[in-house]
Design a protein around this ligand. Structure first.
Ligand SMILES: Nc1ncnc2c1ncn2[C@@H]1O[C@H](COP(=O)(O)OP(=O)(O)O)[C@@H](O)[C@H]1O
Ligand SMILES: [Mg+2]
Length: 324
């Protein structure tokens, strides 16, 4: 059962460049959260800071009553064992076959025998749908398979927290749908806390329990999926609905003239909130909430047509049924 991560007032600069300021959020144990944001807003830096690869300039990261930002190297090393990380490029060793890539953390960090290593590697390869590809080199397989191999490697130490950086970058929509389904199924099975960084809107709309959005050097919003998908907040609304009208411009923020030119333009209505993607075998995820619950609990009327089966962004996969 995954662990909670509580981030308080986290701030990161590189020299005089402020990346983000005063980020406060809680990743609930066992839930899937997605972090969105335009390119260059520091999403990858955020993941690297969470695992302790980068030091923040201020703030805390609480995991199991320990503040990661204040740990000595030895204790940090221990806490890092809770994490599995899939970096953006998969970060596989090009000269090693997939088997050796996935076995690497086990050989490096544990004293397991080669036969124990073999059992674990084969189990994780199967979990990500790569059985039979053990002897392939990373250069011989598709981008989607490389992501799966990176995921298998992130899983071998049985992480409590899984951090995944842009799993869908460079993948076509079909491969993206498959990897999204894999995240839902994996989460149901290993019950770790997931944080997925992406700028794929379909992923953000259908996969997570929670959505966060980094924009303009701060956390614009973080909360349950239904809260952000029903939000009228301009930045959140523009990004989650891929609209040109709104504060986000081509390079960064729009200037006053650009915004003035837009004033008076009617925003299209919010689209229906899709059902959250369900597991492929139909079993319930422990942390999944009934469709529409957040809206009901908070007196928010969801856009018309929300939570109907058939409007989940990814067709042909089982969906969480509405339980009223
Ligand atoms: N190690 C580093 N040293 C200096 N600047 C960095 C470093 N890593 C990232 N940056 C800068 O931080 C900003 C955010 O980068 P990044 O987290 O990769 O953005 P995103 O993942 O949201 O596209 C960029 O301007 C990048 O150049
Ligand atoms: Mg990045």
């Amino acid at each position: 059962m995954g662990v909670e991560i509580r981030v308080e007032g986290l701030t990161k600069r590189f020299g005089s460049q402020q990346i983000w300021n005063d980020v406060t959020l809680t990743l609930p144990a066992g839930e899937i959260s997605v972090m969105l944001g335009p390119s260059g807003t520091g999403k990858s830096v955020f993941l690297k800071t969470l695992v302790g690869l980068l030091k923040p300039d201020a703030g805390s990261i609480w995991i199991q009553d320990r503040d990661l930002t204040r740990l000595r190297e030895h204790d940090l090393y221990e806490v890092r064992k809770l994490f599995g990380v899939l970096f953006q490029d998969g970060a596989l060793f090009g000269s090693m076959n997939l088997y050796d890539n996935v076995a690497f953390p086990l050989r490096e960090h544990t004293k397991k025998s080669e036969s124990q290593v073999r059992d674990i590697v084969m189990e994780k390869m199967e979990l990500v749908g790569l059985q039979g590809a053990e002897l392939k080199l990373p250069g011989e397989i598709s981008g989607g398979m490389r992501k799966r191999a990176g995921l298998a490697r992130a899983l071998v130490l049985d992480p409590q927290i899984l951090l995944i950086d842009e799993p869908d970058s460079g993948l076509d929509p079909v491969r993206t749908a498959f990897i999204n389904q894999l995240f839902i199924d994996l989460n149901a099975q290993i019950e770790a806390t997931f944080l997925i960084v992406t700028h794929d809107i379909n992923t953000a709309r259908t996969v997570p329990d929670n959505i966060g959005m980094l924009y303009h050097r701060h956390l614009a919003m973080f909360g349950p999926r239904e809260m952000l998908l029903s939000s009228e907040e301009p930045v959140v609304r523009q990004f989650l609905n891929a609209q040109r009208i709104g504060p986000i411009g081509m390079s960064e923020e729009k200037d006053a003239d650009e915004l003035a030119a837009e004033s008076g333009q009617e925003l299209p209505p919010l689209p229906p909130i899709p059902l959250q993607l369900g597991t492929s075998d139909g079993r319930a995820r422990n942390t999944a909430r009934p469709a529409g619950q957040w809206c009901r609990d908070n007196g928010v009327t969801p856009p018309p047509g929300s939570f109907l089966s058939g409007n989940a962004g990814v067709p042909g996969v089982s969906q969480v049924e509405e339980r009223v």
